[in-house]
Design a protein. Structure first.
Ligand code: ADP
Ligand code: ZN
Length: 782
């Protein structure tokens, strides 16, 4: 359509119109008029626009559509003093919206996630000498002369009042008086953050031959436009050091670098290693950062001042004006998938951003996803292998412990001695009063409680190996991917199980806080004294182990150990995680009882033994990727052992040592496992050989949710190569009070599923009380 040319003689609110996309869940953009006197804003410009009675910030996409008559359009209120969002980011927003079947505005909102960042930081007043004023030629007090001398010494640099007063050794009132007298000129200094610049040429570790070859291949890709490369190296092979070289190359070209990491790996040692190689801390982006930190980071990226950003998945939508490289480390990790709101996989969308921006993308992993392996095998991705550990360290020896033959034994806690009348310790049962304090010179009023024998989770061989490692001055990780004390609490009298009132999930006991928590929503309650169902007192019993309960046993079995529990409850953020890592490296901790928060990123040279307490945990009741995921996770955990000169050993407790995952781990033959998995999936047309789109239908009204799910079942697309499974109640049939049903569209690779799903939704009436969430390439099937 035609646009009136920009002309200063046009009447107010001329016909010049632009199309503006708003960060709201809307697919379309709105036209606004460009007010008289305002230059036509280029695409990407951020502008304040009226919307109803509100004002919102949107992004100018280009010339308006012209469908609405000009008289009914409103003008832009203002253009923000920020560089326009780069075209490749706008293209990414469109692309992600189309791919995930989400409104464009909802995707844009991820790029404008920090509304505060759109405002410039508040300025500080500062001073410069008024031109022509020279201290030597004027009759001035000594104090005033010193002020002018300081300014003259520093060229034209403006000084904040406090700094100038300090440097010149005068009181601030001298400076303000000089301002009034016209000797000084005040201006406002923007406090825009300038992150320190990483130095690409600071020497890194000398690379081994294998690493050097990999690094030079990556380096050569940096200036070569778009490519995707899998950096496939065993744990401890030095993948980080290798991709650091590609990053250095990109920095030398003056372009920005983004490194995406799963949040918990970011919490480990990455920033320290970056600082060791490049001399400064990287700019970070993760969920633990407050608004102020995000604002600083967002602006530093937008203004092109942040050279390197390391972040969790949402960093992908930062407004880099000149991105030249993305590294996705631990590319197989499901943390890259966002499950709510816009469901997208940052790993895959990183590749899209690379293609749109014509720069390379590196995917690093010791256990690449089947999708990525398939892409590498098909030649779509380059493939660089690092088959050996750095510095001659050997890969850890992995052995299985058959729990059917090596049963964990019960253990008898020491009697608990409490002062008379004091509250009984945790878990103490059937206490026996020993009024004589015969136990060991305890005062007469003391009470001794003899506890019941407790369940054990550590088999004799694992206990033995742990003792040996600790005795040799080495460190041990006991790995159990379950937070809290016990995953289930039940009543011994009536069998009642404590369940979340809002979710189909058991409540998990957390003994540290003496509370029951739902791990799916934020529901919490104090641990009750009586059974909520039959009211029997003292009848609730924990069932199964979490890390807190395992730690109890470990403290009993290894009383000399310096034990620490590492779970997201005890290490809620990167700061705590780094402090913990430091305690391990310094030797203050030698026995870690940890969840998957400990599985990746960490490098502890003295850690030689990893004990996997429940190797079968991820395999039961799982989805199509249960085996793949369990293999990846256990492989990663195993990779924590023996990373330096002392060889590592991994013991995996399992009741199913014949399972393909256990065999693959024990024999180290990951390739065979991957081949079998791939073939099985090919036969069934599962990803990566077919495509999946899940629809999750939910409502607080159970009947409405079910009716809508059935309606979608009836209108499901019928096409060659397409199959719709369901509707069926979701495994998590209630979540946060919403009743849930699932449908799964399964299609052959070539089918354009997005259009099909959009069309399916558009011709199925869904009441407003029901939400339908579209999940393209689902990873979770709960
Ligand atoms: P990966 O990510 O492949 O598991 P890392 O990059 O974490 O491996 O490297 C493992 C450890 O070996 C790190 O502590 C790293 O600093 C060290 N390392 C790797 N390559 C070298 C090298 N060429 N010289 C010295 N140390 C190295
Ligand atoms: Zn819940």
């Amino acid at each position: 359509m035609a646009i009136a040319p920009a002309s200063p003689r046009l009447p107010l609110f001329s016909e010049r119109r632009v199309s503006v996309l708003l960060p709201l869940p809307l697919a379309g953009a709105y036209d606004y008029l460009v007010p008289e006197g305002m230059e036509e804003p280029p695409p990407g410009t951020l502008a304040r626009v009226p919307l109803g009675r509100r004002e919102v910030v949107g992004v100018v996409l280009g010339p308006g559509e012209g469908e609405v008559e000009a008289a009914r359009l409103k003008p832009l209120n203002a253009v923000l003093p920020l560089p326009p969002l780069p075209p490749s980011l706008l293209a990414l927003v469109d692309w992600v919206a189309a791919y995930t079947v989400q409104p464009r505005g909802a995707v844009l909102r991820m790029a404008l996630s920090v509304p505060d960042a759109l405002e410039p930081p508040s300025g500080t007043p500062a001073w410069v000498a008024t031109p022509g004023v020279e201290g030597d030629t004027l009759r001035l007090t000594a104090a005033r002369k010193r002020v002018l001398a300081v300014l003259a010494d520093h060229g034209a640099m403006p000084f904040a009042t406090a700094d100038l007063a300090r440097e010149a050794a005068v009181s601030p009132s001298v400076i303000t008086a000089m301002g009034k007298a016209g000797l000084l000129h005040s201006l406002t200094l923007s406090r825009e953050w300038e992150p320190p610049r990483p130095d690409p040429d600071q020497a890194g570790f000398p690379l081994s031959e294998e690493q050097g070859a990999a690094a030079s291949r990556l380096r050569s890709l940096v200036s070569g436009g778009f490519s995707t490369t899998l950096l496939d190296g065993v744990t401890g092979s030095g993948k980080t050091e290798v991709y650091f070289e590609a990053m250095a190359e990109c920095l030398r070209l003056g372009r920005q670098v983004l490194v995406l990491l799963p949040e918990i790996a970011l919490a480990a040692q990455w920033p320290d290693r970056f600082a060791a190689r490049f001399g400064v801390e990287p700019v970070q982006w993760h969920s633990q950062m407050g608004q102020a930190g995000r604002k600083k980071a967002w602006r530093a990226v937008a203004l092109g001042r942040a050279q390197v950003v390391v972040g969790a998945r949402s960093a992908l939508f930062l407004p880099f004006p000149d991105l030249g490289l993305i590294v996705v480390d631990e590319e197989h990790d499901s943390a890259f998938k966002q499950e709510d709101g816009v469901t997208y996989n940052a790993r895959d969308m990183a590749v899209v951003r690379g293609r749109l921006g014509a720069f390379p993308v590196v995917l690093a992993s010791a256990t690449p996803s089947l999708e990525t392996i398939e892409n590498a095998r098909q030649g779509r991705y380059g493939h660089i292998l690092l088959p050996s550990r750095h510095g001659g360290a050997s890969l850890p020896r992995i052995e299985l412990i058959d729990l059917r033959r090596h049963k964990p034994e019960k253990w008898q806690p020491e009697p608990v001695i409490v002062e008379g009348g004091a509250k009984v310790e945790d878990g103490a049962k059937d206490g026996v009063v020993d009024g004589n304090g015969a136990a060991s010179g305890v005062q007469a009023k003391s009470v001794v409680r003899h506890e019941q024998a407790r369940m054990g989770w550590l088999s004799p061989p694992l206990i033995q190996a742990t003792r040996e490692a600790l005795a040799a001055g080495e460190q041990v990780l006991l790995y159990l991917n379950r937070r809290g004390y016990a995953p289930l609490t039940l009543c011994r009298t009536c069998g009642h199980r404590l369940q979340c009132p809002r979710c189909t999930a058991w409540l998990v006991e957390h003994r540290r806080t003496r509370r029951l928590q739902c791990h799916h929503c934020d529901f919490q309650m104090p641990l009750p004294d009586t059974c909520p169902s039959c009211e029997a007192p003292d009848s609730l019993a924990p069932c199964g182990p979490g890390v807190e309960r395992l730690a109890e046993e470990a403290l009993f079995r290894f009383p000399e150990a310096h034990l620490e529990v590492a779970a997201s409850d005890t290490l809620p953020g990167p700061k705590e995680a780094r402090a913990m890592a430091e305690r391990v490296r310094s030797g203050a901790v030698n026995l870690i009882v940890g969840t998957q928060i400990m599985a990746k990123g960490h490098h502890f040279p003295a850690l030689t033994l990893v004990g996997v307490v429940d190797g079968d945990l991820g395999l039961s009741g799982g989805d199509l990727r249960a085996a793949e995921r369990t293999h990846q996770l256990l492989h990663q955990v195993a990779g924590r052992a023996g990373r330096a000169d002392r060889p590592g050993r991994v013991l995996i407790q399992t009741v199913d040592p014949g399972h393909p995952v256990m065999e693959a781990l024990a024999t180290g033959d990951a390739d065979r496992f991957i081949d079998t998995e791939t073939e099985e999936r090919r036969a069934l047309c599962w990803p990566p050989h077919g495509r999946l789109v899940a629809l999750i239908v939910s409502s607080t009204d159970p009947a409405a949710a079910q009716a809508a799910a059935r309606a979608l079942g009836r209108t499901a697309p019928l096409a060659a190569g397409v199959d719709v499974l369901g509707p069926a109640p979701a495994p998590l049939s209630m979540l946060r009070g919403r009743h849930r049903h699932r449908l799964l569209l399964k299609a052959e690779k070539g089918v354009r599923v997005q259009g099909m799903v959009a069309e399916w939704l558009s011709r199925t009436p869904i009441p407003s009380s029901v939400k339908v969430q579209v999940d393209v390439d689902p990873l979770s099937f709960l």
